[in-house]
Write a protein that binds this ligand. Structure first.
Ligand code: PA5
Length: 443
């Protein structure tokens, strides 16, 4: 695998030995075979496994053409979705974009503002969104595999009405893009009836494994990222991780094996801490992937997230000295897009001259090393995943790395990592309380 993603595991040695890791190898080999041959739990949702290498240039071109049209004809693009139909696109766009992208003048941004809806049930949020859209040229992409999820359905109903009022039905139709299941669902039917441009989520790819399908690729391309590069990174990781199951060669499996051993030793919380603000939504995407995949049947590591160094000034105290049921995974970028050095000050009133001439990346690296050492000494085993840079290629590798790792991790725990039966419970109660037909009545 091209070395853009590195896993550092030195700081788990006093908690998990190489012998214990090696002891898991036969089980990992067996589960790897289950994954590759489609014999394991949830095998009907393994479409993501070899999806990157099966993505054709024509498929990418089709997405890129629509993205180009949107970039040329809109100055606000609203991606409507929740869970796996939201987080991957937002993660990639936040990762690859200027930190204040929506505040930049359109000429500097080179494409529309990217906004999100359908990820909450808030009239204030939607009202404020409509305020922002009022004077803009708008396009919508509504994304829902089932086509029936309440949050995005409500947002889309309101935004569709806004578009039809603003543009009239014919122009609105050109500006609405739908990503949904190829066969079924209310959204598929609506898209057909209205004649919206439609993209497909393969039936055998579940929501949280769908970032490399049009679910993620269309908004990500609208955000200006090179989706060809991102898929190439994923292909690289797919090839490597499907060819090698050895825990000293396959770092996705090594990460999964170590977290499983830590879990067996009572470390039931994993705190994924991003050491770069561009990774903040990437760790949220990971949290959903891990949480929905593993948390079932009384099992599962609780996936928590943080952004360092900001959260070292809040959660840091708990991590250093709180309940010892936690391990950490640090996610960092070796080289920022822009290098910035600390300047010399003649008076040195702030006492920072000892840092003069050093880059912020270097200071951040020392913060990472200092934190990793301190938390280890405080009884928190930790690993680090380092991305070489903020390229779409590196992100594609990372997305696939986590998908592979979480799938194996679920299998190691004996659960189906591809379903989410627990999510239905709140929905059923909400539907009953709202008197939705077919869900019973009342309180
Ligand atoms: O991972 C999953 O399957 C879920 O998080 C879904 O992505 C989420 O519930 C949204 O579902 P849908 O795309 O059907 O609207």
């Amino acid at each position: 695998m091209t070395e853009t993603l590195k896993l550092h595991t030195e700081n788990i040695k006093s908690f998990v030995t190489e012998e214990e890791i090696a002891h898991l190898q036969p089980e990992v080999d067996r589960l790897h075979q289950d994954l590759e041959s489609g014999q394991g739990k949830g095998a009907e949702f393994l479409g993501w496994l070899h999806l990157p290498s099966q993505t054709t240039p024509d498929q990418l071109k089709e997405i890129q053409q629509s993205a180009k049209w949107i970039r040329e004809n809109c100055d606000a693009f609203v991606s409507i979705g929740i869970g796996g139909s939201y987080l991957g696109a937002k993660a990639a766009i936040d990762f690859g974009s200027h930190a204040f992208s929506n505040q930049l003048p359109p000429s500097a941004r080179g494409g529309p503002e990217i906004l999100f809806a359908g990820q909450n049930i808030s009239s204030d949020y939607l009202h404020n969104l409509l305020d922002v859209l009022e004077d803009k040229k708008v396009c919508l992409n509504v994304i829902s595999k089932s086509g029936t999820t309440t949050e995005p359905a409500i947002a889309f109903r309101l935004l569709k009405q806004f578009m039809e009022k603003k543009y009239g039905p014919d122009e609105a139709r050109k500006r609405i893009f739908v990503t949904t299941d190829p066969e079924k669902g209310a959204l598929k039917q609506l898209a057909e009836e209205e004649g919206y441009r439609r993209f497909i989520i393969p039936g055998d790819v579940g929501g949280r494994y769908s970032v490399l399908t049009p679910v993620g690729l269309l908004p990500i391309a609208v955000g200006g990222l090179d989706i060809g590069e991102m898929v190439a990174g994923a292909v690289d990781c797919e090839k490597h991780t499907s060819q090698h199951s050895a825990l000293d060669q396959n770092s996705a499996y090594r990460y999964a094996a170590i977290r499983n051993l830590l879990y067996q030793k009572g470390k039931t919380i994993e705190l994924m801490a991003a050491f770069h603000p561009a990774l903040q939504t990437v760790v949220e995407w990971w949290r959903q992937l891990a949480g929905e995949s593993e948390g079932k049947g009384g099992q599962g590591i609780f996936p928590a997230t943080a952004e360092y160094t900001v959260d070292l000034h809040s959660l840091g105290q708990w991590v250093q000295e709180g309940n010892r049921i936690i391990f950490e995974t640090f996610l960092r970028v070796a080289a920022s897009d822009h290098s910035m050095k600390i300047s010399e000050s003649p008076e040195d009133r702030d006492g920072l001259n000892y840092l003069a001439g050093r880059s912020l990346d270097e200071v951040n690296e020392k913060a990472w090393q200092g934190t990793a050492q301190a938390h280890l000494e405080g009884g928190v085993p930790n690993m680090t995943l380092t991305l070489q840079d903020r390229s779409p290629y590196a992100l594609g590798q990372l997305f696939y790395f986590f998908q592979r790792a979480v799938a194996l991790s679920g299998y190691l725990m004996g659960v189906n990592p591809f379903d989410q039966p627990g999510v239905e419970f709140y929905k059923n109660n909400m539907f009953r309380l709202l008197n939705k037909p077919g869900f019973g009545k009342g309180k």
